[in-house]
Design a protein around this ligand. Structure first.
Ligand code: FAD
Length: 370
């Protein structure tokens, strides 16, 4: 069989590149996925209770790019959702990222006010400070605060999530949830935020709904690679798998997500509640919040981080450290030698990319090839 464009992986990266090629270049695309559904990690479905469930954990879309927002808006309407996360610290519900409101939840008003004034004097209002930077301050009170937040918010969560302490990880990991010197309780501050009104999967169906796009599920690249020819291959699977692990495996953390359904209107006070202390799970998501769906039932997911093991679970979070990066760079070197084969997506880049970044990268690649 011969196709103009073969896209391996029908997650967000594969869908965007397939959509651009079919729509803008009017070329034919075959997009395959080894799973039995489209959407990759962003896949969602409606449960019979009428609640939309995100099978791989909660997904909230946000971007500062008008271009990306308008692009997706061709295929979906949006439910305007502002994400809020609580963390259980010493048994109290506290806004996460830890912010000025969090101070007043865990400390006496006098102490909280003193720390608030010192934080603003030292760093300024509305500033985001990575915890490892806050820990470097020499002020006695701020140092006390930094140690408190480090221990109660970051340490336990990071060890559960990564099996490493914050210092052993790339600073981008802990830096992604900084301490926020603000009264803003929202988890994200991007200009555009929302959730597709009919769900991500329905939006993806629309993005793939062109006569020149064919979708084949339950199909792995290795099943067809010897029987297919292509002008261009876009590969969004794991780069190390493509090269048959010639430089060794790249390690990932994975998630064992357990879903629970209760016949009750509500379980918790926020869409996501983090558990840095206690329990083996890191967080609980309650899905009816995301699209404000009314139901007599509620559906939760509890996330238990674990090692990635081939055949047992999915590659979720790349473990970024110099050794793994060096191994990845060897694969990248191999990739650069190939003609008309393009690696993209979170697994092609061995990086955690949010949806905004995933789309931006696919746009960039499309602009290069078109
Ligand atoms: C728990 C969790 C929560 C997240 N929450 C958010 C959020 O709130 N907001 C946000 O913006 N982003 C979020 N993200 C990030 C978001 O999921 C990613 O940006 C996005 O899924 C990346 O898409 P992708 O296509 O690169 O990868 P994937 O979604 O992983 O898609 C890759 C696809 O390729 C297929 N595949 C792989 N190898 C092969 C092969 N050899 N043959 C055939 N098919 C193959 C896989 O089955 C998969 O379907 C979250 C991620 C996780 C894990």
């Amino acid at each position: 069989m011969k196709v103009q464009n073969l896209v391996v992986g029908c997650g967000l990266s594969g869908i965007v590149i397939a959509n651009r090629i079919a729509k803008e270049l009017n070329q034919e695309v075959l997009i395959i996925d080894s799973k039995n559904h489209i959407g990759g990690t962003c896949y969602d479905y409606k449960d019979d209770s009428g609640i939309t469930v995100h099978q791989y954990g909660p997904h909230i879309f946000r971007t500062n790019s008008k271009e990306i927002w308008h692009y997706l808006s061709e295929y979906t309407e949006w439910y305007p959702f502002m994400h809020r996360v609580l963390g259980i610290i010493d048994g109290i519900e506290v806004p996460i990222p830890f912010n000025l409101n969090s101070l007043y939840k865990v400390f006496s008003p006098q102490l909280a006010q003193k720390l608030e004034i010192k934080l603003i004097e030292k760093f300024g209002f509305n500033k985001k400070i990575p915890i490892l930077e806050l820990r470097k301050t020499d002020d006695k009170d701020l140092n006390f605060l930094a140690e408190y937040i480090y221990e109660k918010v970051f340490l336990g969560y990071t060890i559960k999530q990564w099996n490493y302490t914050p210092e052993q990880l790339d600073p981008s990991v802990t830096g992604s949830v900084p301490v926020y010197i603000s009264r803003d309780d929202r988890y994200f501050q991007e200009k555009y935020q929302g959730i597709p009104k009919a769900g991500y999967t329905k939006m993806f169906e629309q993005m793939l709904n062109y006569p020149n796009i064919r979708v084949r599920l339950n199909t792995s690249y290795k099943d067809i690679k010897d029987s297919i020819e292509f002008d261009r291959l876009f590969y969004t699977g794991a780069i190390e798998e493509f090269f048959e692990y010639k430089y060794g495996k790249l390690p990932y953390r994975s998630l064992n997500i357990k879903f629970e359904k209760y016949h009750q209107k509500k379980f918790q006070n926020a869409p996501v509640v983090n558990y840095p202390e206690n329990y083996d799970f890191t967080r609980i998501a309650e899905y009816k919040y995301f699209l404000n769906e009314k139901s007599e039932d509620t559906i939760l997911s509890l996330e238990y981080p674990e090692e990635f093991e081939q055949g047992k679970n999915d590659r979720i979070y790349p473990i970024l450290n110099p050794e793994n990066q060096e191994k990845y760079n060897k694969y990248l070197g191999e990739a650069q030698k190939l003609n008309n084969v393009y690696f993209l997506g979170r697994l092609g880049a061995y990086r955690y990319y949010d949806m905004n970044r995933t789309i931006a990268n696919a746009f960039e690649l499309f602009n290069e090839i078109k």
